[in-house]
Design a protein around this ligand. Structure first.
Ligand code: GDP
Length: 315
């Protein structure tokens, strides 16, 4: 039986599977390495959207409708700030603001993002280890056809992913170091699960932190496709493939992760792609990968763990 798991995750899609894995594993057996290349400063506050999405999901605090932000959120503070002339393109809920206030206060007093994250996780009653991919600043820059290079949140939220992309740059990645104790968590894991997050802007920055790819390469790695029937469930992943001249499909995602993978989980609607994926030496497994409910998350996570078990056992 699989017990120790490391999951790589971005925000919405990553958080859903991470939550399912969390519910399937014993306390302390899941570590989640979360993308921080989307982090930015807004209204003077340090915002880590993917870390918060993952933590809110595991703590049962997430807004089930949006997949991000908190349940029962109100918007008094941002409405007031906007009325006073502040920027209105990024919504910050009142409860969520408390997280950013406290994170910013602690960063300013010199604490590390990884320490702050693990303290927050403990305060929220989360027994998984949540790691920001790095304590060093990494910033996703999106190259576009008509608007040059845009900071990620400007592309993603302000411009609604409308500009056509030509590539990505992760500023600061060359010198970024993995967060403390993360490499040890990978070392102790039986399997690494790449969650169904955006491969371009959520998973790639994690893999490109010097040291992480090398560390996971010795492990069995299983990825879950974020592309179902040629479409992203949410967000710009499919649009990005098309704009970069590739067909958005599960097999394209498998090909992108390539030799890193021992196994690949794709949706049943894409089951006809398993042969193509097998030709590149990756064992695949087709099931229902759309996670609409909490039960879906747990069922998919449990199937992913069984699949990992079969891979490790050579069955
Ligand atoms: P972001 O940082 O909030 O954009 O979050 P992620 O990168 O973690 O997630 C975005 C990806 O999650 C998109 O490519 C979606 O297609 C994928 N996704 C969201 N929900 C689901 C789901 O229920 N099942 C699968 N397979 N993918 C999903």
């Amino acid at each position: 039986m699989i017990s120790k798991v490391v999951a790589l995750a971005g925000g919405v899609g990553g958080a859903k599977l991470a939550d399912g894995l969390y519910r399937c594993l014993a306390p302390g057996d899941l570590s989640v390495i979360v993308n921080t290349a989307d982090d930015f400063v807004h209204y003077g506050l340090n915002i880590s959207p993917d870390l918060d999405t993952v933590c809110y999901a595991l703590a049962g605090l997430a807004n089930p409708e949006t997949g991000w932000g908190r349940e029962g959120e109100t918007w008094q503070a941002i409405h007031n700030a906007v009325q006073l002339g502040g920027p209105d393109w990024f919504n910050l809920g009142d409860r969520d603001l408390g997280t950013h206030l406290e994170r910013t206060r602690r960063l300013r007093q010199g604490d590390l993002l990884s320490e702050i994250t693990s303290d927050f996780a403990r305060a929220w009653g989360i027994s998984a280890n949540i790691f920001p991919m790095s304590n060093d600043l990494v910033a996703t820059m999106v190259s576009t056809v008509d608007d040059g290079e845009l900071p990620f949140q400007e592309y993603f939220v302000k411009r609604g992913c409308e500009p056509r992309v030509t590539g990505f740059r992760f500023a600061g990645i060359e010198t970024a170091r993995p967060a403390p104790f993360m490499l040890e968590a990978i070392e102790g894991a039986q399997v690494v699960v790449i969650c169904p997050s955006n491969p371009w802007v959520s998973i790639r920055p994690i893999l490109d932190i010097p040291g992480i790819r090398q560390q996971i390469q010795g492990k069995h790695i299983v990825a879950v496709s974020p592309i179902i029937g040629g479409k992203a469930v949410k967000g710009p992943a499919a649009k990005m493939y098309t704009e970069l001249g590739m067909t958005p499909s599960a097999s394209t995602v498998a090909g992108q992760y390539g030799s890193l993978l021992s196994g690949f989980v794709l949706d049943r609607v894409d089951g006809d792609q398993t042969d193509k994926i097998r030709q590149s030496g990756i064992i695949s497994f087709a099931t229902n990968t759309l996670m609409s409910t909490a039960e879906d998350r747990e069922r998919l996570a449990s199937e992913v763990l069984d699949f990992c078990d079969r891979i490790i056992g050579g069955k």
